[in-house]
Each structure stands twice: as C-alpha cells, then as structure tokens.
Design a protein around this ligand. Structure first.
Ligand code: ATP
Length: 354
C-alpha cells in the first residue's frame, strides 16, 4: 500500500513561493490530478514528490515513511516512483519491447522473468503488434503508450505524470485520456497527474486538486469540484459560469443589483458580501413573468444569440446592466433584442465563500 502524504510542503525560488504550505493526501490506488493555471506550482510539487527537488519546509511520506523534509531527501532512484514527462523520450535505437524491458534489465532480473513481464504488459496495453518496431515507426499515441508501459513495468509504488498528453494532437489526446483511466482501473497505482486541462483531469481522476498560487484551493471528485465549487476561482476554472455579486439579505438569500437570489447550496462568507455562481446551462428561458420579478426571476434583453448545433448560446443583458451567459437547448429560440423572462433556479444558485 502506498499512501502519499504531503504536509505543509513549501518550496521557494528566491523570493518566489512556488509551493506554499501545501497539504495533500493521495490514498493508496487513487489517481489525483493537480489542476491549475500556468505557474501555480504543479510541476514543482511533482518534482518535490519525485525527489528531483528538495523542500524548504514541510514533509512528504510514502506509506508512512518520510522521503522528504528539510535536510532529508531520499534520492529519486530510491523512491520506487516512476515519472513521465511531456516528452516521453524513448530510446530511439531500442525496439518497443526493449524500451519496455529496460527498467527490468537495470534491476538485473532473470531474462525469462523479464520476457514474460514484458509480454503480459504489452498485451494489456495493446502494444503486442508493435513490439519489434522502433519509436520512429510509431504514432505519437503509440509512443506515449510505450512511455507508460516503460513506467509501469517496474511496478512503481507511485506513478507521477507531468502533462503526459500535451505533445499529442487534440483527437489523440482525448483518446489517451480514456486509455490512462483504463490503465489506472487495471493497475491502481497511486498516481499524481499534473495537467492544466480540465477535461483531462475530469476524465482521468478520482480526485482533482485545484491549485492557485502554490496552494490547493479545493480538492474533490470531478463531480464535486464542478457542482460544489467553494470559491470563485474554482467555479470559473472548471467549466464556465456566471458570477453575480451583491449583499446578503438573509442566511441563504442575497440582493444582486435588484435581482433577489435564493441559494440552496454553498455558503456565503461571514461578512455581508455575496458571491453567487450559476452555470450557463442551469438558467431557464421562459415567458416574462407577470408584474415585478420575484426571487430568482429576471427579465432581460437578448444581446447575442449563437446557434451551436445541439445548443444555443445567449447573452442576456438584465435591466441592472448585468450580463448572463446562457446555454439552452437549440429548441429554445429567442431573437436578438427580444425581451425575455429568466429563472435562475435556487437549487442551482451556489453561494461562494470568496
Ligand atoms: P506550468 O503549467 O506552466 O508548467 P506549473 O503550475 O507547473 O506551471 P511550476 O513550474 O511549478 O508551475 O512553477 C511555479 C512557480 O515557480 C512559477 O512562478 C515559476 O516561474 C517558478 N519556478 C519554477 N521553477 C523555477 C526555478 N528552477 N527557478 C526559479 N523559479 C522557478
């Protein structure tokens, strides 16, 4: 069992804090992605876990044993971890089978055992037809799979993946996401997966840790992170959303420039300011409600209407000047400059703490 625990982990580069008192637990057999914008500290965190960088504070333990702390760094080759980078750097003069066997040869395992382990893994990874080819004779996706096979053959305690799909074209990237998840379901290595691509994180991960400025902003399942963001940063980073600002008028209700919004989920910050998130596909377009709009109802003018095939994208300008993005089924048709009624269902209005 290889539970990985990062406690108060800190790394500076001069005055720059790359990783800021970060806490994260990856349970044995889990795949956790670090997701965040460029420069938020994802790769540095991974390098600390792998032992290629030393922390300035905090600690890392694997299965309860400390591998990093200030002044103590177990070297990478003694951590029983495999790390895969963006460039999968296969040996060009070795065949697929020889590339995959390489890590076992270094460990001086008996030849028969090496051959049998390589055969089984190539079969599982659907690489058997290519075993005698050289890397230059493979597609990008096949090379990436060989890279993964090479990392998995040594049965690492921990698997570390740093943007492993970023060199592939869009179609292949999408296919490989599913492949990575399929392999994870088969092998269950404790894995950290670094990416800045939210769809990739959502497809592959058990848990997503959203990072910002060297810290983890929120950790949760893909569903949790999308449906129950706790902060504006997370709500905006995972999927698109509408953010409305105003003042709290009750425990679960706020006034946002004349629009009264009851929120059935989330929690406001203790002070009076309110920040509310509602996803574009959750806003309903309907006939203008009669009389003064009640809670969670609004009236606005269609400022933009774009047909997207399965959906239509609208921008609606409310009387207050606030603009809302709406994704509706393509059956819901409104014309430019139409004055339309909207419902922002309370169950989809989420109060954010900051
Ligand atoms: P990206 O998605 O662009 O790869 P990231 O989230 O992986 O970004 P890191 O590479 O971990 O971010 O960098 C975090 C911060 O630390 C950045 O501000 C970066 O400039 C800085 N940094 C990283 N490595 C070094 C280094 N060797 N020397 C100085 N600063 C560094």
């Amino acid at each position: 069992m290889s539970r990985l625990e990062l406690t108060n982990l800190t790394k500076h580069f001069g005055t720059q804090i790359a990783v800021d008192a970060l806490d994260l637990t990856v349970e044995s057999g889990q795949l956790v992605s670090l997701l965040g914008p460029s420069g938020c500290g994802k790769t540095t965190t991974l390098r600390l876990v792998s032992g290629f960088a030393a922390p300035d504070g905090g600690s890392i333990t694997v299965a309860g044993k400390q591998v990093s702390a200030t002044g103590i760094v177990v070297p990478p080759e003694r951590r029983e971890m495999s790390m895969i980078f963006q460039s999968y750097a296969l040996w060009p003069h070795l065949t697929v089978a020889e590339n995959v066997a390489y890590g076992l040869k270094l460990r001086r395992l008996p030849r028969a055992e090496i051959e049998s382990r390589v055969r089984v893994l190539l079969e599982t990874m659907q690489l058997t037809p290519y075993e005698q080819r050289y890397p230059a004779e493979l597609s990008g996706g096949q090379q990436q799979r060989v890279g993964l096979a090479r990392a998995l053959i040594v049965e690492p305690k921990i698997l570390l993946l740093d943007e492993p799909l970023s060199n592939l074209d869009a179609n292949l990237r999408e296919e490989m996401r599913h492949e990575i998840r399929r392999l994870h379901d088969r092998f269950h290595y404790t894995t950290i997966y670094v990416t800045h691509d939210q769809s990739e994180a959502m497809t592959t991960s058990d848990l997503i840790a959203v990072m910002k400025d060297g810290k983890i902003e929120q950790v949760g399942s893909p569903h949790d992170i999308y449906e129950r963001p706790q902060t504006e940063f997370v709500a905006r980073f995972i999927g698109s959303t509408n953010i409305l600002r105003g003042r709290r008028t009750g425990e679960h209700i706020a006034d946002c420039e004349g629009l009264s919004l009851a929120c059935e989920s989330g929690a406001f910050a203790p002070k009076g300011d309110a920040i509310i998130s509602i996803r574009p596909h959750r806003i309903l377009i309907g006939a203008p409600p009669a009389g003064t709009p009640g809670p969670n109802r609004a009236i606005g003018i269609v400022e933009r209407a774009v047909y997207l095939g399965a959906q239509r994208h609208y921008i609606i300008k409310l009387d207050s000047g606030t603009r809302l993005q709406i994704l509706a089924s393509s059956d819901v048709v409104a014309q430019l400059n139409d004055r339309i009624g909207l419902t922002l269902p309370a169950e989809h209005c989420r109060a954010l703490a900051r």
